[in-house]
Design a binder for this molecule. Structure first.
Ligand code: ADP
Length: 378
């Protein structure tokens, strides 16, 4: 029921030199939790607002449930939107805020009561129904805003940064609640955030955007494991993936990744990626996640890592409780490594590390495109 189709959608705002949304082409499957993520200004909200009918589509088509929707007014689209700023009516009670949309649609009184009470129970705000918005905390207001969307029982929920006004603890709590609501309702959710952690924890599928363009669409783990380009690789994951510039060279049938100071053997499993890369191999970026920079001295020494070792000068140590992040330098290259929480290493020390070359990524330096994972257009 709640499937949405974006067919080569563009948004040109007056006075903007480039399209704010550029060829957005995607099918949203019924029941999925789709997250649009990317830095501020990349076109997420505009995309969502075009789906809601709050912005005109400049070019391309939007279909909801198979129906061409470009010119359907927002109120006639069977979707509910939740905003960052709650958008509650201050003079109405919580009950009336939640009921208003249904009353305007002439839903029978008994039905309105039933739906409001059911949503309030689900969100654990039944005890607040008689209060006014100014008597509520930020978290409670956002629940009311969610409740108002829930009672509509729409085909799709659209959410634009709904958690960004909440403090860290409430944000985590409400995040879990939204995930729960989605799994109970099994309705389509389209959710906008600039926060990659939020995207990774909530989405069943994530759309990474930059400068109005889709960079990659994939389930969270796949996005993390197989980023299609440098931007996605750097944006998803915290602390972010390490990048080293260098060349891939071949000597006596063996490939190495080489910088001015390092020469690391590349496992054979990568060789097939290099066949079509040609001259691109001279200017590549190696990407390695902090958890794949091995610091444990017992592990570093093992035979399998023999050609993957080098020394790092530790500059800073960030203790996170479960883990420690070590920030170090290998020549002019900066590296972040994830180490054991109780690692005895101190800033100023030199540490032998092994870079897990069986887990690294390679990107073409100029285009940023991955040499390992082919670009797939959705
Ligand atoms: P995001 O949600 O990813 O932060 P937006 O969709 O809000 O990004 O904005 C995308 C781009 O469109 C930005 O460059 C922004 O300045 C521009 N933009 C957004 N709304 C308008 C508007 N009403 N008029 C002109 N430009 C706009």
């Amino acid at each position: 029921m709640g499937n949405v189709k974006f067919h080569h959608v563009y948004k040109f705002y007056k006075g903007e030199p480039t399209p704010s949304v550029n060829d957005f082409h995607l099918d949203v499957v019924d029941g999925e939790f789709l997250v649009l993520v990317g830095p501020s200004g990349c076109g997420k909200s505009t995309t969502l607002r075009m789906l809601a009918g709050l912005e005109d589509v400049s070019k391309g088509d939007i279909y909801i449930d198979g129906k061409f929707t470009n010119f359907v007014s927002p109120k006639d689209r069977d979707i509910a939107m939740v905003f960052q700023n709650y958008a509650l009516y201050p003079n109405l009670s919580v009950y009336d805020n939640m009921a208003l949309g249904l009353q305007l649609r002439k839903v029978a009184k008994h039905d309105v009561e039933l739906r409001v009470n059911r949503a309030a129970k689900m969100l654990e705000i039944s005890h607040l129904l008689g209060k006014k918005p100014n008597q509520l905390s930020g978290g409670q207001k956002q629940r009311v805003a969610l409740g108002r969307a829930l009672v509509r029982e729409p085909q799709a929920f659209l959410m634009d940064e709904p958690l960004s006004n909440l403090d860290a603890k409430l944000r985590a709590q409400t995040r879990a609640e939204i995930i729960k609501i989605h799994s109970q309702l099994q309705t389509t959710f389209v959710y906008v955030t600039h926060d990659q952690t939020e995207a990774m924890t909530m989405g069943t599928r994530i759309v990474v955007m930059k400068d109005g363009r889709i960079q990659q669409v994939a389930p969270p783990q796949q996005l993390y494991d197989e980023p299609h380009n440098l931007f996605v690789a750097g944006f998803i994951g915290s602390p972010q993936m390490n990048f080293l510039s260098g060349a891939i060279v071949r000597q006596e049938g063996v490939y190495y990744f080489e910088t001015r100071r390092l020469k690391l053997r590349i496992p054979e499993t990568y060789y097939h990626h290099f066949k079509s890369a040609g001259p691109n191999l001279r200017h590549v970026v190696l990407g390695v996640r902090p958890e794949h920079v091995v610091c444990d001295q017992d592990a570093v020494g093992i035979e399998a890592y023999a050609d993957w070792q080098f020394a790092v000068q530790v500059e800073m140590k960030e203790q996170m409780g479960a883990d420690t992040y070590l920030y170090g330098k290998a020549g002019e290259e900066t590296l972040i490594a994830r180490a054991d929480a109780h690692t005895p290493v101190r800033p100023g020390e030199t540490l032998q590390v092994a870079l897990r070359m069986d887990k690294v990524h390679f990107f073409d330096q100029e285009s940023g495109v991955s040499l390992c994972y082919a670009e797939e257009r959705p």
